[in-house]
Design a protein around this ligand. Structure first.
Ligand SMILES: [Zn+2]
Length: 473
């Protein structure tokens, strides 16, 4: 342990290394071996704990093939790159030091060709070759150099160093690497695309789709009173108005071959059946019905509300966000539903015992909180409604109570509906419109917007006859 720490500190003090992209000396205090070791450590300790790898071997292989082709044409062709598709609806892609590159199935739903997939991977490879994750860390390490040196004498602090690195990395992954590094990754990615016979402009197309997605999500978030989901690599401006982005990508056009490969059909074939939205292990929401196979329960939220099935919470929000209803679960409830509700709501609350579709339950009423407790399969499900103001809550009282009353054990018929949504490409027929395709879509209220977004025809544009259009079913 001590030897390891000492050698780490020595190499920290060894100072500058040559940057693989610029060839110039860089303030990077880390050898390539250390870089790979940190990537591996972060992959094991953070990524694998937070995410699952997407289950399709065919898709993993396809992404790896495209990634390896780009990596071969990068500034660090000898590094061993590992490309993984993560099983999450989050829209993201990121890279760790040493060649670990991740892309989520969430972002893949919004891509429309192999060139666009290559654009995302090329950008991330650009972060790796320019050593952005390491440069980011080096600055932080430099600030912590005192701590690192001190650790020779206090091994315990030394063992925290690894943890600190993980924390620093986490910050960079969430927030991106800052404008300059992002532009550099785009510039490098564009070069790798050109050298691999893809059109460098695919980067702009991808950023346009993601920016539209982000803006639509911000609009929905406002209606729903939640934080918008942000793609970490994006900047504040729209790529169409971003002259510097156009410049750095445009430089690579000179390197591009006359005949570039778009690979739309190849990409659509590889992503046929891709899971979209929730995976069924956290239950599924369809037209405001929530159903959970493993828990064996179902309920229906008010029609106009927006339901968020988050990994650790189920939340429904009224239009304009005046009221919200959250469902929680207790694996080991004690006492009857009435006793449970009494403990939860306190003695000031009005509590009613009742039966909901054959399940024992209780309702509670307080000026600032209304809801119910339902027992099913030895577990307690707690529905708790709250309002921005007491008036807001009172105005939504009936809808909250109705939701509690809709709670029931999952029927055999419903069990069939608990499956994830997936993407399929169809050939557009005469008269097909996004509004038409959105009818009967399991995506519900925002179906037309989502279909336009995943087909890169947002906010307007309609399918042409014979065009391959992605639908969700
Ligand atoms: Zn980036």
């Amino acid at each position: 342990m001590r030897i390891l720490i000492i050698s780490l500190v020595f190499s920290l003090l060894a100072g500058c290394a040559q940057n693989p992209v610029t060839g110039k000396s860089d303030f990077v205090m880390m050898s390539e071996e250390q870089e790979i070791a940190i990537g591996r450590q972060y992959n094991e300790q953070a990524i694998k704990k937070q995410y699952q790898v997407y289950g399709s071997k065919a898709l993993q292989d396809y992404v790896d093939r495209v990634g390896q082709k780009l990596a071969k044409h990068s500034h660090r062709p000898n590094l061993q790159y590992r490309f993984s598709v993560l099983d999450t609806p989050e829209i993201n892609a990121f890279a760790l030091p040493g060649g670990y590159v991740y892309i989520t199935r969430g972002i893949m739903a919004y891509l429309n060709s192999e060139a666009e997939l290559a654009a995302v991977l090329g950008h991330e490879i650009g972060h790796v070759t320019a050593r952005h994750p390491v440069r980011q860390q080096s600055a932080a390490q430099a600030a912590n150099l005192g701590l690192a040196v001190a650790s020779i004498f206090v091994p315990q602090i030394g063992s925290n160093l690894g943890q600190n690195l993980v924390n620093i990395m986490g910050g960079a992954l969430l927030s991106g690497y800052g404008r300059e590094h992002e532009l550099e990754a785009d510039r490098l990615g564009a070069q790798y695309l050109a050298r691999s016979d893809y059109d460098p402009q695919a980067i702009i197309r991808v950023l346009r789709v993601l920016k539209n997605q982000e803006m639509k999500d911000a609009e929905l978030a406002k209606q729903e009173g939640r934080e918008p989901r942000r793609y970490s690599g994006l900047f504040s401006t729209h790529p169409d108005n971003d002259t510097r982005l156009k410049e750095v990508v445009g430089e690579a056009d000179k390197l591009a071959s006359a005949k570039t490969f778009e690979g739309r059909a190849e990409f659509l074939a590889a992503t046929e059946g891709l899971v979209f939205g929730d995976n069924s292990d956290q239950g599924v929401v369809r037209n405001n019905h929530f159903r959970h196979g493993e828990l064996g329960i179902a309920l229906k939220f008010p029609e106009t509300w927006l339901v968020h099935n988050l990994p650790n919470a189920l939340i429904a929000v009224s239009p304009q966000g005046a009221a919200r209803l959250q469902m929680k679960m207790d694996h080991k409830p004690s006492g009857s539903p009435v006793e449970y509700a009494r403990r939860l709501a306190g003695y000031g609350a009005e509590i009613r015992s009742l039966e909901v579709n054959g399940l024992s339950a209780a309702l509670f009423d307080l000026p600032n909180s209304i809801g119910g407790v339902v027992y099913a399969n030895k577990q307690a499900f707690i529905l708790q409604g709250q309002g921005k103001t007491r008036q807001d809550l009172a105005a939504h009282r009936n809808e909250i109570i109705d939701t509690v009353y809709s709670f029931h054990a999952l029927t055999a018929e419903e069990r069939k509906l608990v499956r994830p949504l997936s993407i399929r490409a169809i050939s557009a027929r005469r008269g097909d419109t996004y509004a038409g395709l959105a009818k009967n879509s399991p995506l519900g209220k925002s179906a037309e917007s989502y279909l336009r977004l995943i087909n890169a025809q947002y906010p307007d544009g309609e399918p042409q006859v014979g065009q391959s259009v992605k639908i969700v079913e």
